[in-house]
Design a protein around this ligand. Structure first.
Ligand code: FMN
Length: 198
């Protein structure tokens, strides 16, 4: 009986860490986590023509490691665009503070208490379509873990932009990783997630 209890506790500690955890460190915790992300597949700087975007790879690691659900911010506005015209269009959108439309609806937002928000850096912050999401869904009151993939800008302005969008959210320190590293450096993502103690 005692042995069974020890085994169960060990198993719980191994399998139920992070989001959706029910028993961690002898305390009942029941976070429900969501990864909201945008990612652009196709021709990009440093990585060539990619089938799966860099940020999506990180988003998938996060879900794999934590069990978090996902909402992908999808627009077909940039489909098939070469890198240089895309940078020009993105710069124009940022300059005009545009709000490109995205597809789909995020259901049951109420059930999530922890939200990972991730995207590439485009011209110093997230792509404008992510701001359309921010305008659409109120994440005040949530705990937010921002992340970016980039090629030199790190977190850029995303921390202040998220705080501005959600002044009453608990915005935790952000995580950034080079886009060209995501396929070979999963350990960096693992280290970040494990250090969060969620
Ligand atoms: C339109 C555009 C603008 C970009 N601007 C920046 C930038 O300002 N700073 C930076 O470090 N990287 C910039 N990048 C590189 C991307 O942030 C990087 O490749 C990222 O990993 C792409 O992620 P994704 O594949 O998920 O879209 C830019 C890329 C594109 C396509």
């Amino acid at each position: 009986m005692v042995m069974k209890k020890i085994l169960f506790t060990l198993l719980a500690a191994l399998t139920l860490t992070g989001c959706n955890a029910q028993n961690k460190n002898e305390q009942m915790v029941n976070h429900k986590c969501l990864v909201v992300f945008f990612s652009h597949a196709g021709e990009n700087y440093s990585v060539g023509n990619i089938k799966v975007g860099n940020t999506k790879i990180v988003a998938d690691y996060i879900s794999e490691l934590t069990g978090a659900d996902q909402f992908e911010i999808v627009t077909h506005k940039y489909d098939g665009m070469a890198y240089t015209p895309l940078t020009e269009l993105a710069q124009e959108e940022a300059r005009n503070n545009e709000r490109p439309a995205f597809e789909g609806k995020l259901e049951n937002l109420d059930q999530y208490d922890i939200i990972f928000i991730g995207g590439p850096i485009w011209w110093g912050t997230y792509p404008q379509v992510m701001f359309t999401f921010f305008d659409t869904y109120d994440l005040n009151g949530k705990t937010i873990y921002p992340f970016t993939t980039h090629e030199g800008s790190g977190l850029g302005n995303v921390m202040s932009d998220i705080r501005k969008a959600y002044p009453n959210a608990d915005v935790k320190p952000g995580f950034s990783i080079y886009g060209h590293e995501v396929r070979t450096n999963k350990t960096k993502v693992e280290k970040w997630i494990k250090g969060l103690n969620i």
